[in-house]
Design a protein around this ligand. Sequence first.
Ligand code: ADP
Length: 458
Amino acid sequence: MTTFELVNPATAEVIGEVDHSDAAAVDDAVAAAQSAQRVWAGLAPAARAGRLRDFAAAVAAHRDELAALEVANSGHPIGQARWEADHVTDVLTYYAATPERLSGKQIPVTGGIDITFCEPIGVIGVITPWNFPMTIASWGFAPALAAGNAVIVKPAEWTPLTTIRLAELAEQAGLPPGLLQVLPGRGDVVGEAMLGHRGIGKIVFTGSTTTGRHVMARAAESVKRVTLELGGKSANIVFADCDLERAAATAPYGVFDNAGQDCCARSRILVQRSVHEKFMELLEPAVTGVRVGDPTDENTEMGPLVSRAHLEKVSSYVSDDAPVAFRGTAPDGPGFWFPPTVLTPQPTDRVVTEEIFGPVVAVLPFDDEADAVAIANATDYGLSGSIWTDDLSRALRVSRAVAAGNLSVNSHSSVRYSTPFGGFKQSGLGRELGPDAPLGFTETKNVFIAVSDGEGKP
Ligand code: ADP
């Protein structure tokens, strides 16, 4: 066991340390998870539903504590951190309805009856990133538990605290010990051991596309099921016929939320050439008006980046001669601060093609609808995007033409627990959330029962 220091991103101060598990801990965790899963799956559906509701209630009761942990460990603004804790409650409440509704089918066949069962996979491994630690963990564990599985979560190295606390709350709420375990540790140690473990039937991975490819390749060795939620380079397409004031006023929040550390960040703003100049005039005050600062302040809209290493990575995209149109502000002094930054680059620049995962946005002009769709789709990613237009037919045409999993028209919303979320192309595989997510944690079993004809013939 080694220890790992945790740092407050807003102050650069060490706030504590966490014990890192080793590969052997994965063996022990899987064994404990397997026995807990048998107990869990043996409970009546209503009992499992009740325990999940109790877990949701425990999260609600500890909302302020969880939010404060996320502020200290991840630098999220307090208002956002509270939203995240509430979202975990909502996700658990939503999927608490699953155990009593996870029905199979009865399929018409000759000679008998045919029924299907949704069997739990068994033990699910959830590997999470550092950008939204508790919400993303809940997208994996809530539907997985609801479908009758046990779950082992490996949180990202920098941000384990809220996930560890959620597992404690689960046990206090009456979930069988071992049913939801958290193994803090390194990706190349604990994560790798999970990928190689034959007792884990499915991996839910959220993180970079590079690591996601590796996860998929290693999962193939044992034909593990995978859900992958990877990177993005989403387009915010602004047509001349839209409410330009609103499009400009909201654009910063479509990309700078969580300091741009969001796979759904609309990090390319495509603007119809005829309104490009006007849009930039309107965008500037919106960007300089983003309140960047102390995450414990109720008025703060954007906090720091998560770590010094990440600050260096984001900074490498904005060199001294970068085509900066304008920038917002950020505090000086300790902490990993980076101001909201608007670039007007060439379409081939790496700031246009690569995911930066920081508060940096590229604005590009386009000529017409076909041009907009072509630029939006000129990426290996396909996670989200926004379309601003007052023409309903155009909104629908472009929504259908953009190759991405989550689009919003005249808004920047991406994630609702009741609707499916996930990516096209190299942004991922499978969908999380929404009504069907629990099915992703089950195997369909088909059972045929012969019915005799009552005259002794089979
Ligand atoms: P980043 O967003 O920092 O680039 P990654 O995609 O590498 O992150 O990390 C997302 C999650 O994947 C983290 O929990 C990390 O520890 C884990 N991880 C990193 N490398 C591996 C690996 N080889 N096997 C399994 N998990 C990994």
